[in-house]
Ligand binder design. Structure first.
Ligand SMILES: *Cc1c(COP(=O)(O)O)cnc(C)c1O
Length: 489
């Protein structure tokens, strides 16, 4: 026991010198503000020099060093080499663009320090309020419930889990999936996000339980083909359980016919899930909201505040129409987490709404963003991005060397550079090289994908800093780089 005896002053992680901590804190705050202010002057992305790269291989530090020195190292190794998604010309994959307020919110959430496992504290009330705000923004009824998650993938998993438990015809939580009498089938278009495959696998249903329904020429689910697939499965003794409609596909932003699919689910007595990670928030955008009409009828909906609300990663949200079914899927009552009539445990624990226990205080960044700007401004910014994607689409269609590769429905444009003398493989090589050079020169970040077997470049404008002139510049620079590669400069 001797080795545990206390001697002298106990240690703590708090600053030894608060004055210096104030200084460092102020410096970090100022530098962060400048980081956002000057983002347009920096390249979108840059390759790390080798010495910076190898600094991340250093062994664990045993000796202490002043916080100022730790921060100074970050200014050399971390801050100059971000992914780039806060830059006005970042349009890769699908990202929010962050904000200074978001950064402050993360800082304040950590300062508050609450664990959103729940309990009787202000952070928990704010979490419930933010979920309820999102519910109202989506037009869900007051009886619905929801939870913030680490992202859309988890939000989808939560919706699909409740769907499985409700549709299984057996107590899956107690008996397990082996007891499900007829194999469950989920249906989604062939454009469905990959997280749904992971979800059905994690749910023990297997990848083949996710039936990929063909999409039409504009990448929307073919509803007649969906009906046929459902009929086939019923005839074969399988149980059609759930349709996953996508409101904004990741490839091209296509929106499945939510009203038709919702009606079909009611007719067929199936669960109606909407993956709205990209498009759900269009429900608050005046010019775009008609595109997601019918979303409010979903049994479950996944949306992603870290996309079009631009809060820093991570923040997703699952909404469930039936709060009882939601709780029935996740509620547990361990003896060490008993709710009490008063005090710190005097509130409902939030782990009854998701798979985890501890949780980050994600609500604050959403709360601060909505309070600072108001819902209406976010709606306008969404419409602005959609208008910009259509502006870019017009530029593409006006340029003979560029070919539009998919219908631009919302804020995603797919296209390629085609000089007319290359086959598919040659075009893929050429366009990939264009994309990589634009990244490496720090000019613009776009990604690529393959739609209906054809490779294309992809611009997803989920970015409140983008201006039309950035899109003009993109087309100009793309043509320059392409000409350089072709050696016809
Ligand atoms: C982004 C996205 C997801 C996954 O969401 P994460 O927040 O990345 O986990 C799922 N579906 C669609 C359509 C998406 O765009």
């Amino acid at each position: 026991m001797d080795k545990y005896s206390l001697q002298g002053q106990e240690e703590t992680l708090d600053p030894g010198n608060w004055e210096r901590a104030f200084e460092t804190g102020r410096q970090i705050l100022e530098d962060s503000l400048a980081h956002f202010r000057d983002v347009r002057e920096r390249p979108v992305w840059r390759e790390m020099p080798q010495d910076v790269r190898s600094s991340f291989e250093a062994p664990p530090p045993h000796a202490p060093q002043p916080l100022e020195d730790v921060y100074e190292e970050l200014n050399r190794t971390l801050m100059p080499y971000p992914m780039g998604n806060i830059h006005p010309r970042y349009w890769m994959w699908y990202m929010g663009a962050g904000s200074f307020t978001g950064a402050l919110a993360e800082f304040l959430a950590a300062t508050d320090g609450s664990n959103l496992g729940g309990g009787n504290n202000a952070a928990t009330l704010m979490d419930r309020q933010v979920v309820d705000w999102l519910r109202q923004m989506m037009g869900f009824p007051g009886t619905a419930s929801g939870t913030l998650t680490n992202g859309g993938s988890m939000a989808n998993l939560i919706g699909l889990t409740v769907a499985r438990n409700v549709m299984a015809g057996v107590d899956v939580r107690e008996e397990g999936v082996a007891a499900i009498p007829a194999p469950l089938r989920y249906y989604a278009s062939d454009q469905v996000h990959s997280c749904h495959q992971k979800a059905v696998e994690a749910l023990g249903l297997g990848n083949k339980a996710l039936v990929r329904v063909p999409s039409d020429a504009d990448s929307r689910m073919d509803v007649a083909a969906l009906e046929q697939a459902i009929a086939r499965d019923r005839a074969a003794g399988r149980k059609p359980a759930c349709v996953i409609a996508t409101a904004g596909t990741v490839n091209s932003g296509a929106i499945d016919d939510l009203s038709a699919i919702g009606a079909l689910c009611r007719r067929e007595d199936m669960w109606f899930h909407v993956d709205g990670c990209i498009g759900a928030l269009m429900a608050i955008a005046p010019a775009s909201r008609h595109l997601v009409a019918g979303i409010e009828a979903a049994d479950s909906l996944a949306l992603d505040p870290h996309k079009w609300l631009h809060v820093p990663f991570e923040a997703g949200c699952a909404l469930l129409r039936d709060s009882n079914a939601h709780r029935a899927a996740f509620a547990v009552q361990p003896e060490y987490l008993e709710e009490k009539p008063r005090g710190i445990a005097g509130a409902e624990f939030l782990h009854s709404y998701h798979l985890g226990t501890s949780a980050a205080f994600r609500a604050l960044k959403v709360w601060m963003a909505l309070k600072e700007h108001g819902v209406a401004k976010f709606g306008r910014l969404i419409d602005q991005n959609v208008a910009q994607a259509h502006y870019l689409t017009n530029l593409i269609e006006a340029e003979p060397l560029l070919e539009l590769m998919a219908l631009t429905t919302i804020n995603i444009a797919c296209f390629r550079y085609d000089p007319g003398n290359r086959n598919e493989a040659g075009l893929r090589d050429l366009n990939t090289e264009i994309m990589l050079r634009l990244q490496e020169e720090g000019i613009a970040a776009m990604s690529d994908t393959t739609i209906k077997g054809r490779h294309c470049l992809r611009i997803a404008i989920c970015n409140h800093r983008t201006r039309r002139e950035d899109l003009d510049l993109l087309v100009r620079e793309l043509l320059r780089v392409a000409a350089e590669i072709e050696g016809t400069d």
